[in-house]
Design a binder for this molecule. Structure first.
Ligand code: SF4
Ligand code: SF4
Length: 134
């Protein structure tokens, strides 16, 4: 239970505007959303606030050309983020499920999978084009 001296502050906070922006990005101020659109068009770049460490594990990339459809990656994935596509003998990766462990990249015999430095992956739709790799 709140102590007595805190009660006036608690009441004040009830009627104050939030101090932070609401997430997700659609609530950001136009200055930020316009900037992000420029980033999407390749006209601006976001620099990470700190240098990424060596061997950083960000969004996975996949080279379907080299893939032989062995499905080893899907078998080792602890997050069930990789789905075999039998019709094409390729795979589909659901980035929203990925836990960035890199086990698939380690086991792939063809070097078709690679972790990148991309880490800005927030999205409202877990099945958006940005979060499906195939
Ligand atoms: S990095 Fe790990 S979790 Fe992500 S797809 Fe590969 S094996 Fe699955
Ligand atoms: S382990 Fe490599 S070669 Fe085998 S299915 Fe996965 S991506 Fe393709």
């Amino acid at each position: 239970m709140a102590s007595l001296p805190m009660i006036p502050e608690l009441l004040r906070q009830l009627f104050r505007e939030p101090a932070t922006n609401v997430f997700p990005a659609k609530y950001l101020p136009p200055s930020v959303t316009e900037f992000l659109k420029k980033v999407g068009r390749g006209e601006a770049a976001i620099h990470p606030p700190v240098a990424l460490p060596p061997a950083f594990r960000g969004k996975i990339t996949y080279d379907p050309e080299g893939c032989i459809g062995c499905n080893l990656c899907a078998k080792v994935c602890p997050a069930h983020a990789i789905e075999p596509v039998p019709e094409t003998k390729r795979i589909r990766i659901y980035v929203s499920q990925c836990i960035f462990c890199s086990q698939c990249t380690d086991i792939c015999p063809k070097g078709s999978l690679r972790m990148t430095e991309e880490f800005l992956l927030a999205d409202e739709d877990r099945y958006s084009d940005n979060l499906i790799v195939e």
